[in-house]
Ligand binder design. Sequence first.
Ligand SMILES: [Zn+2]
Length: 62
Amino acid sequence: MSWGALYFYYKCPKCGKLFKYSIDLIPEYQDEFGNCPVCNIKGEYLKEGAADLDDLLYEDID
Ligand SMILES: [Zn+2]
């Protein structure tokens, strides 16, 4: 059994987009981790954890 990836979930305060970042991306994005992929501003942190039931609502950043 795999635990799967862990994610940080965000909602953009400007456009309302839902997106998630794998914690594996922290070293790659650093200060931009959690930014909206459309607006490039800091998203509103919602939660963190393994992929959830509503996971598909969130765009996967990679
Ligand atoms: Zn946005």
